[in-house]
Design a protein around this ligand. Structure first.
Ligand SMILES: NC(=O)c1ccc[n+]([C@@H]2O[C@H](COP(=O)([O-])OP(=O)(O)OC[C@H]3O[C@@H](n4cnc5c(N)ncnc54)[C@H](OP(=O)(O)O)[C@@H]3O)[C@@H](O)[C@H]2O)c1
Length: 299
């Protein structure tokens, strides 16, 4: 299979790349697959013509994994048009191309499609109600994809993604923790962190599964994050503990830390559907955090 991965310089794109190149188990299993990784230089999702040009000048792909997205949650409040182009209109265009070329599409979405007020873990069919521009554009992308591709596509919603790559909460805490004796961290937003390597592994598992290979399967939404639930403050405390950083994480409320974009309070998602459908085991967040910090120490 020819598999196109967008967002090659992002956390998830780089994590898929790392697994395809280094994990011998996955490598052996994926040996009949050719992965093509592209960034905005090759395929600019902010440009309709760049997208058409890219697919017109390349052979058909069997699968597209769309890891690229406009992910600057606060900036999206002012760059609404750009966020909408990348997270919605480009996804629509990718779906149209995938539909025409009979390509399977795996698209990554977010827990921010929910308003966080449910009080219990969200399942895939729960009502969406995004409370910021980023969430609205990602939901619009989901809807466009589902409308154009009633079959042959898959949306994986994930949350609080971190990795060895790029900018993320774990790396920010490690940096600030070394510079300061104490920091204030929001303690009333609850969710589940996702180590990008774990999500990348699951995506590769899915691609080789029997369920995925069955043609004209109905398009589905799945939720994926690590297991367990936690606040940002508790997450910060654990990061300091594992990395042996001497910094205190003081709890503050969301109101005490105003940001341009509103954040949902509790976006914990149920992962039962993806675990059951593809028989994947989902690691607890603490174990995965250990793995990531270990990787960071080695780099
Ligand atoms: N990060 C999170 O906490 C989080 C939470 C929930 C869901 N998600 C979703 O998970 C997926 C992967 O996220 P991630 O954490 O890997 O994000 P990321 O690290 O921010 O990577 C996103 C990638 O998209 C690329 N991109 C942005 N605009 C583009 C454009 N116009 N054309 C082509 N590429 C463009 C970026 O390119 P450059 O490197 O050139 O900027 C970047 O490599 C996304 O769909 C995101 O919405 C993420």
């Amino acid at each position: 299979m020819r598999i196109l991965v967008t967002g090659k310089n992002g956390q998830l794109g780089r994590s898929i790349h790392k697994l395809v190149n280094t994990d011998t188990k996955i490598d052996n299993n994926q040996s009949s697959n050719e992965f093509i990784f592209v960034g905005r230089e090759e395929l600019d999702l902010s440009s309709k013509s760049s997208i058409s040009h890219y697919f017109d000048s390349n052979d058909r792909f069997n699968v597209i994994i769309n890891c690229a997205a406009y992910t600057a949650v606060d900036k999206a409040e002012v760059e609404q048009e750009l966020a909408n182009q990348v997270n919605h209109l480009a996804v629509k265009q990718l779906a149209e191309i995938a539909n025409k070329q009979q390509t399977k599409l795996i698209h990554i979405s977010t827990d921010y499609v929910f308003d966080g007020e449910s009080g219990k873990p969200y399942i895939e069919t729960d009502e969406t109600n995004p409370i910021n521009v980023y969430g609205k554009t990602k939901l619009a992308g989901e809807k466009a994809l589902q409308e154009i591709m009633p079959t042959n596509a898959m949306i994986i919603r994930t949350s609080w993604v971190y990795s060895e790559y790029g900018n993320n909460f774990v790396k920010t805490m490690l940096r600030l923790g070394k510079e300061m004796d104490e920091i204030n961290v929001v303690s009333d937003q609850i969710g589940s962190p996702t180590y990008a390597t774990d999500l990348a592994g699951v995506i590769l598992e899915i691609i080789k599964s029997k369920e995925f290979k069955e043609i004209s399967q109905a398009t589905q939404i799945y939720h994926y994050s690590n297991k367990g639930e936690i606040s940002w403050r508790a997450f910060a405390k654990e990061i300091f503990k594992i990395a042996k950083v001497d910094c205190k994480a003081n709890p503050i409320t969301t109101d005490q830390y105003p940001t341009p974009a509103q954040r949902p309070k509790n976006t914990l998602m149920s992962k039962g559907k993806i675990a059951k459908t593809f028989s994947v085991s989902i690691p607890y967040w603490g174990k995965s955090l250990n793995n990531c910090i270990e990787m960071l120490k080695r780099s």
